[in-house]
Design a protein around this ligand. Structure first.
Ligand code: LLP
Length: 415
């Protein structure tokens, strides 16, 4: 882990000024612990890589939409990329101005479109002809002009986990080239719409910058062709997708920035991007307590009090998130699987990792869990998800208290 997470001279893991053991004592475990410093540092590095280009950054709330985090990022001047009415409400509550909010996604409902138009958001990225028809009829009924862009599918299969690759022609996302051009013409003729431009997003966890380059060149050529047809097109939304190396916490902001600098140099398009993971992933750890260790047929298991309902990435995407002790010990090293209490073999965090054998009640940190962690948590096995704490200005803040089982039960009825 980087900068904010470090071992003190007494071999204890800290997040900025706080020993993780003290946070566990105060807020319990399992616990997401975030460092605001890391988030601000990631934003700084991203901005630096884009220096000299006029570009709007819309943070993709789906990566982490806890209000404390949304508001922190909003205060840095970033807008929001949202994918539901719920995320729109979170962005607004988090203080993101409406004119910095972009609405993406393949399945926007009537209610969500009405909400978005009534709030006067910056742009809706349309992904199908039927969605466009719906927006036209709603905007006419509301007597509001709808700002729309079209999401193009460039048919690029990014080398990432197949569940999060979105740019191939077999994926549900976006519009093929011919439909994009036809629909863009339609948008320009339609009084109730404001044509904004085009968008692309080929997937998440992308490490090969040439894949971004291909997608952006495709987008640029399409926009240039539309302009040649005499239509006005000003905004190009380049999506998100910057990869985060979970093993060493490295993020290639510079390489990403260079691609944008080189592809769009000399053009006057107004650019925007939608990064999620790269802003928040390295800012967080999931702190968990060892309940037991056990050995079956020479195989070691360390059973902890967090589970796949708190952090599902390892089992859902075979993702590797290193696990380190909150205090180093001198016990003998073992090779073990770190697993949760849920009744599924898939409930694991890491397999065959080397750890100094932890004692019961020791704390472990599952690293780089700031993105797609708490947002993907559930109450499976009637487990309340983890609380969330952030270190901000030398203080710790409980930014999300998880709903207790009693609170959840109170919303249900008996028959
Ligand atoms: N824009 C659009 C239209 C998206 O669909 C996404 C992510 C983003 C931006 C942000 O992408 P990022 O910069 O975070 O890569 N749950 C999965 C990731 C799903 C990503 C979905 N879309 C995971 O844990 O890996």
């Amino acid at each position: 882990m980087i900068n904010s997470f470090f071992y003190s001279s007494s071999e204890e893991l800290f997040c900025d000024d706080f020993a993780l053991k003290d946070l566990a004592k105060e807020y319990g475990t399992p616990l997401f612990v975030y460092s605001s410093k890391v988030i601000l540092d990631n934003i700084k590095k991203l901005n630096k890589s884009l220096k000299g280009i006029e570009i709007d950054i819309h943070y993709a709330l789906k990566a982490n939409s806890t209000l404390g985090i949304v508001s922190l990022i909003g205060k840095e001047g970033l807008g929001a990329d949202i994918v539901s009415g719920g995320e729109l409400k979170r962005a607004l509550k988090g203080g993101v101005p409406t004119n910095k909010i972009v609405f993406s996604g393949v399945g926007k409902t009537n209610e969500e479109i009405i909400l978005a138009l009534s709030k006067n958001i910056k742009q809706i990225n349309v992904e199908s002809e039927s969605e466009l028809e719906k927006i036209i009829s709603i905007s006419k009924a509301m007597n509001i002009r709808a700002p729309v862009a079209l999401r193009i599918n460039p048919d690029i299969k990014a080398q990432t986990h197949e569940k999060i690759a979105t740019g191939s022609n077999q994926a549900k996302f976006g519009l093929p080239l011919n439909q994009t051009i036809e629909l863009y013409k339609k948008i320009c003729k339609e009084e109730s719409l404001i044509p904004k431009g085009l968008a692309v997003h080929i997937g998440s966890q992308i490490f090969n910058n040439f894949e971004f380059q291909s997608a952006y060149e495709f987008l640029l050529n399409t926009a240039n062709n539309i302009r040649r047809d005499g239509l006005s097109i000003n905004n190009l939304d380049l999506g998100g997708g910057i990869g985060v190396n979970y093993s060493n916490s490295k993020i290639d902001f510079d390489g990403f920035g260079k691609i944008i600098q080189s592809v769009f140099k000399g053009y006057d398009y107004k650019l925007s991007i939608e990064p999620g993971r790269s802003i928040v992933a390295t800012s967080g750890i999931l702190l968990t307590k060892v309940i037991y260790s056990k050995k079956i047929n020479k195989k070691n298991f360390v059973v902890v009090d967090a589970a796949m309902n708190d952090f599902i990435r390892p089992t859902l995407y075979d993702a590797y998130h290193p696990i380190i002790p909150a205090k180093k010990n001198n016990n003998k090293e073992i090779i073990c699987d770190v697993v949760g209490p849920i009744c599924e073999t898939g409930d694991f965090f890491i397999k065959n990792t080397k750890l100094n054998k932890p004692n019961n009640d020791d704390l472990l940190a599952i690293c780089n869990t700031g993105a797609y962690g708490s947002v993907m948590s559930s109450n499976y096995n009637s487990r309340p998800p983890a609380n969330e704490v952030i270190i901000f200005k030398e203080k710790s803040f409980l930014i999300k208290k998880s709903q207790s089982i009693e609170e959840q039960i109170s919303k249900e009825i008996l028959l």
